[in-house]
Design a protein around this ligand. Structure first.
Ligand SMILES: Nc1nc2c(ncn2[C@@H]2O[C@H](COP(=O)(O)OP(=O)(O)OP(=O)(O)O)[C@@H](O)[C@H]2O)c(=O)[nH]1
Ligand SMILES: [Mg+2]
Length: 455
């Protein structure tokens, strides 16, 4: 990478989560050439403590105006290049909560050449200094926002460099193919004829691997963001009761009045390490009630936009024509689970084979239903997933595949070698953008601006 960036600026931010009355310790991270000078001018450390790299000092942060102690702190020193950003980094560990940490940060920001860090700016500096590649930086952000063990595991694979390794491998195979062709363009007479078939075969087998990454990315997105599961059905069938059962608390109001739920209610649960976002919806029926109508239109939207739909019916009433109509409204390609509820009551003859029968009242059949649901969500396959691209990476792999698709056409049309090289270069470039090998400063800014502050 040939980027330069202003290294004369020292940046600071709170790196820990902060909340009133919480967190015994808060961490302020300072990075840049004046890090040490900044901290030296706001703290008093007793005795003869050395400010050398990778040591911890004890002291107090002093208010410049009043000269009073603001907080009792520990100071961690990491001199360049042995730090996260590759620059001089100091962490001040002060007390948690809201007040002390902000007061300390204010003292830091009062120092010359020091400003508040932008979101993701520490990571950006780490990448620019070659401490991390861009995929690793993104993976750290994924680890921070992981909502399940499996998501954390996938993020770690990114941090360990597994994604970088795979993409680099595929990219360099493409570069090999490109150089074969270019050699022929430049020295046609001196080299043996290039086997067009074999070349295409190589390129298509790389494309196949890229396509596998695309398929896995979808599953990875489930793990990262959760699977959106909508609970739909006629009024009073027990949708809210099922939400409460699965989320193990009384999240939704349950009454024996049809039309109880009006708002879309959301509850996040984790089943076998996979985050699931349950949506409880208003029971769908014809109604004159204006509020209920709004709720029902939200239900219909949820039905269309969820990853999985659980359609619930009341087995004590049987499978009605309204249930059938609802089933038909679910988009054909959305995975669905038909669940008969109220197994504790006497059932009517049912005209459909439900996937599961449960009692949301006493929990009967819950375990079996969960297994069916997980299977429907593709969780079995998710278990074996080792790496998964994020949205940015996925988009670039898709563009790379598109370029390779064009080569297939070029080969079929028997166009000259020059045409092959255009698309190959494009495919290689997109993968380079993915790993950060080929990336502009503006693009970097855009990527890191999505990070959290202090990272
Ligand atoms: N016997 C029995 N009653 C149940 C069961 N599940 C829910 N109920 C009862 O059925 C009634 C309706 O339950 P809800 O969970 O509010 O139903 P809903 O589908 O959310 O209804 P709306 O929000 O009105 O669409 C309540 O009286 C529940 O106690 C069950 O498994 N067995
Ligand atoms: Mg309800």
């Amino acid at each position: 990478m040939t980027l330069s960036f202003p290294t004369d600026e020292t940046i600071a931010a709170i790196a820990s989560a902060i909340a009133p009355g919480q967190g015994a310790i808060a961490i302020i991270k300072i990075s840049g050439p004046s890090a040490k000078k900044v901290v030296k001018s706001i703290v008093k450390v007793p005795g003869k403590q050395s400010w050398s790299s990778h040591t911890i000092l004890y002291g107090h942060v002093i208010d410049k105006k009043t000269q009073k102690n603001i907080d009792e702190v520990l100071i961690l020193i990491m001199d360049a290049p042995r730090s996260f950003t590759g620059e001089d980094v100091i962490e001040i560990h002060c007390h948690g909560g809201l007040i002390a940490v902000h007061q300390v940060l204010d003292q830091v920001l009062d120092q010359p050449n020091t400003r508040r860090a932008f979101p993701g700016e520490f990571s950006q500096r780490a990448v620019l200094n070659g401490r991390l590649d861009i995929i690793q930086a993104e993976a750290i952000q994924d680890l921070i926002s992981a909502k399940s063990q499996k998501a954390a595991q996938l993020a770690m694979a990114g941090i360990d460099g597994d994604i970088t390794h795979q993409i680099n491998g595929l990219r360099s195979s493409l570069i090999d193919q490109l150089s074969e062709i270019e050699a022929r363009i430049d020295f046609e007479e001196d080299l043996p004829r290039l086997d067009e078939k074999e070349l295409l075969h190589n390129i298509l087998s790389i494309r196949k691997k890229l396509n596998e990454l695309i398929t896995n990315a979808k599953k990875g997105s489930f793990i990262r963001h959760g699977i959106k599961v909508a609970l739909v059905g006629r009024p009073n069938v027990g949708k809210s009761s099922l939400l409460n059962l699965l989320s193990k608390n009384q999240r939704a109001i349950v009454t024996n009045l049809p039309g109880t739920t009006r708002d879309l209610l959301q509850s996040e649960i984790v089943l076998e390490g996979v985050p699931i976002i349950l949506l409880d919806t208003a029971g769908i029926r014809e109604t004159k009630d204006e509020i209920e109508q709004i709720g029902i239109s939200l239900s219909q939207k949820a039905l269309l936009t969820s990853d999985v739909v659980v359609i619930i019916f009341d087995i004590s009433k049987g499978w009605t024509s309204d249930d059938q109509k609802l089933l038909e409204d679910i988009p054909g390609d959305t995975p669905k689970l038909i669940v008969g509820n109220k197994a504790d009551l006497e059932s009517q003859p049912i005209r459909i084979q439900p996937d599961a029968i449960i009692s949301a009242l006493n929990g009967e059949g819950e375990g079996k239903m969960i297994q069916k649901l997980l299977k429907l969500c593709g969780v079995n396959e998710i278990g074996g997933l080792e790496i998964a691209l994020n949205q940015r990476q996925l988009d670039l792999v898709k563009m790379s595949v598109n370029a390779l698709d064009k080569i297939e056409q070029v080969a079929e049309d028997k166009l000259p070698w020059d045409f092959w090289t255009i698309d190959l270069r494009e495919a290689i470039y997109k993968l380079g953008e993915l790993t950060g090998e080929e990336i502009s400063e503006a693009l970097l800014d855009r990527i890191f601006s999505r990070f959290c502050i202090g990272k």
